[in-house]
Design a protein around this ligand. Structure first.
Ligand code: GAL
Length: 674
């Protein structure tokens, strides 16, 4: 358990600061401007390895000393990066074996970033040499508030297929299977297609093959890769914690819907403070819903961190966000006036005690020169700068939010292994989309203004009234037991189609589907009847459904709705089963939006869960409370003004609210209720 202090006295506000991209006179202005904006926290040195160690073993810390001193003089706290995110070009020349190799066997060269093999001993040695130097040099520096290991670990390099990785994979497998090839052969089902292994040396990563590969080999490789990158974090963390035991350590997660490869439930317990990067992704169906989902997920990751003693109120940090457009989507939309505060405060509302951005000053050169920043190319006479300064001022007035917590009565189970496994080839349809399903179920509660905890399969579920389990294709026995116990204990458990089909080795649970949940749900399915991309079916209650139907029979459950047409006409599609003190629902198909909303409302009513407020869909509301304080955050993502019922003091405008308040289109409000 970590007693490491929070990096700032108030709420952290700032961003990545890359002074090495600018001449000294520009750097001098930076601190003054940071103070003007209310910035109290910056991350320094993320991509500075090549300038800190220009030649092997030759260090140049002078410029960083000056930056640290200046920031300290300006009262700005530093989250000092270990600078190991991107090795310098000389590493390629001297140690080409440290570069990663992709599935097709192509070596990835330096020239972008993060071009290192996670299993490379050379990378480990040279990065730790630098970390040791940095840690001892800045251990006593008064600006040092936190350590930042690497950057978005695994973002570009989580899977490496080189020979060094192959050896590390074998070592990991020997550990997992107790050094027994028989156990590996069983787990991987290698009797199939002549894949039996008689020698460990023959076991390799799932490199490109002639056709579909072995799914368990693939799944184990994903598990190994997540562990391997986490190991590189732990190595650095151990050096830092030895040299500066009182300085918290973090690495910035990417808990976003499009992230693949890192099992953050396993990573979170290794963090002193959980920090997350979130960018609104215009490519998603409902980007602003995903924004809230990401924050609700990160809050629950934080509860597993070393600071997790604070339980649901464990603070976390939004480490990166954008003030306006990014530069890596097909069309990079600028944020509308007010959107900067609206999207940033969504994280604060869900438990973040700090908001930071990529980056402080917009770059003039390099791959990200069109990415927005706190300080735009056009300078301070800009919309973005004015909104930044306004937000900085607001966060100072919101210091009291610290120490309050978000309470949820609904849990939505989210599992990385189920995500990985459900995306593998060879399934009944390619149209089941784990992430879409998770987002859609989350959205139904978001639209109903009900706060959701996004939780792992082993979460303590006893405090929830509703537990939603979307498409949990891969499900261990203990996860199934945990979920069933929640139902028996009194919760409404909702399990959807494509759940509980396989065990941890991706082997079918025999005897009828959905094997892991058959008893809980009181049903048994014998065959799947997936629908085509343009097909849909109807239920007898009028619901439209798509993607999936199945030949289901009741074994104790009651039918709530039945297919009126389609390949499963006359077969139950939604069922309800009384278990212990609770209820287990099975939704054996994909409900279209209106039907899903209606179903969720029914469960919510039966469970007696109340909405935070009565408002149109597109308005997001969440409450942080504790220690005699209560803050209601309301985000109007619609293009209409909305009037809500509330009382207290609206902190942004400093106006009293007596019973009701109108929030303009695209606006947001923070109401201090107590
Ligand atoms: C993040 C990364 C930053 C910057 C940012 C741009 O993935 O950590 O360094 O690249 O995206 O949106």
């Amino acid at each position: 358990m970590s007693r490491a202090p929070w990096p700032t006295n108030g709420i952290c506000f700032g961003g990545d600061y890359n002074p090495e991209q600018w001449p000294d006179d520009v750097q001098r202005d930076d601190v003054e401007l940071m103070r003007e904006a209310g910035v109290n926290f910056v991350t320094v040195g993320v991509f500075a390895w090549a300038l800190l160690e220009p030649r092997p073993g030759e260090y140049a810390f002078g410029w960083l000393d000056r930056v640290m001193d200046r920031l300290h003089a300006g009262g700005i706290r530093v989250d000092l990066a270990t600078a190991t995110a991107s090795p310098p070009p000389w590493m390629t020349r001297l140690y080409p074996e440290s570069l990663p190799i992709d599935r097709e066997g192509r070596r990835l060269w330096h020239g972008s970033r993060q071009t290192w093999c996670p299993s490379s001993p050379v990378y480990a040695e040279l990065s730790l040499r630098l970390v040791e130097r940095l840690a001892s040099r800045y251990a006593e520096h008064p600006a040092l508030a936190m350590w930042h290991v690497g950057n978005e670990l695994g973002n570009h390099n989580v899977h490496c297929f080189c020979d060094i990785s192959a050896e590390a994979f074998r070592t990991w497998l020997r550990e997992r299977y107790g050094d027994s090839l028989d156990r590996l052969n069983d787990a991987w089902g290698t009797a199939f297609w002549s894949q039996h292994y008689a020698d460990w040396a023959d076991v390799i990563p799932p490199r490109r093959s002639a056709t579909q590969g072995n799914p368990t080999q693939e799944l184990d490789f994903w598990r190994f890769s997540s562990d391997e990158v986490l190991l590189s974090y732990r190595r650095e963390r151990d050096v830092l914690s030895r040299v500066t035991p009182d300085v918290p350590v973090t690495t910035n997660f990417m808990a976003m819907a499009h992230t693949r490869g890192m099992d953050y439930w396993a990573w979170a317990p290794e963090q002193d403070i959980v920090s997350n990067d979130h960018y609104v992704d215009g490519r998603l169906a409902r980007p602003l819903v995903e924004l809230s989902w990401s924050a609700d997920l990160t809050r629950n990751l934080a509860a597993r961190s070393r600071r997790g003693e604070a339980g649901p109120g464990t603070p976390w940090l939004l480490m990166e966000h954008s003030t306006s457009a990014v530069n890596w989507q097909p069309v990079n939309y600028a944020k509308a006036p007010g959107e900067l505060a609206r999207t940033s405060l969504t994280h604060l509302a869900r438990g973040a005690d700090g908001i930071a951005y990529f980056q402080w000053r917009a770059s003039a050169a390099g791959a990200e020169k069109f990415h927005s920043a706190l300080l735009p190319h056009a300078g301070t006479d800009t919309k973005v700068w004015r909104e930044v300064v306004e937000l900085g001022g607001l966060l100072e007035r919101l210091t009291d939010v610290r120490g309050t917590a978000v309470a949820a009565r609904v849990a939505l189970v989210f599992d990385y292994e189920a995500q990985w496994a459900s995306g593998l080839p060879g399934h009944p349809t390619t149209l089941v989309d784990y992430d879409r399903e998770v987002q859609e179920w989350y959205a139904a509660f978001w639209d109903a203004h009900i706060t959701v905890d996004v939780v792992p399969t082993d979460a303590v579920l006893s405090s929830y009234d509703i537990v939603v389990v979307p498409c949990l294709y891969l499900c261990t026995d203990s996860a199934a037991d945990n979920i069933a116990a929640a139902g028996r204990g009194g919760a409404h458990v909702v399990v959807t189609y494509f759940s509980g089909l396989v065990d941890e080795h991706d082997h079918i649970r025999l005897g009828g589907y959905p094997g892991a949940f058959r008893e809980l749900l009181g049903v048994r399915s014998e065959e799947f009847y997936p629908l085509g991309p343009e097909e849909s079916a109807r239920l007898d209650d009028g619901s439209a459904v798509s993607v999936w139907t199945e030949l289901l029979s009741l074994e104790g459950a009651d039918a709530v709705a039945t297919y009126a047409d389609g390949p499963a006409a006359g077969v139950p599609a939604i069922t309800r089963h009384a278990v212990g003190q609770g209820t287990a629902w099975y939704v054996a198909t994909r409900l279209e939006t209106t039907a899903l909303a209606r179903f969720v409302q029914r469960v919510v009513d039966e469970a007696g869960v109340e909405a935070i407020l009565d408002a149109p869909s597109g308005v997001d509301a969440v409450r942080r409370e504790g220690d005699g304080r209560s803050f209601l955050f309301v985000f109007n993502h619609t293009d209409q003004a909305v009037t809500i019922r509330a009382s207290g003091l609206e902190v942004r405008e400093s106006v009293p609210v007596d019973g009701s308040m109108t929030i303009p289109a695209g606006g947001c409000a923070v109401i201090r209720e107590l």
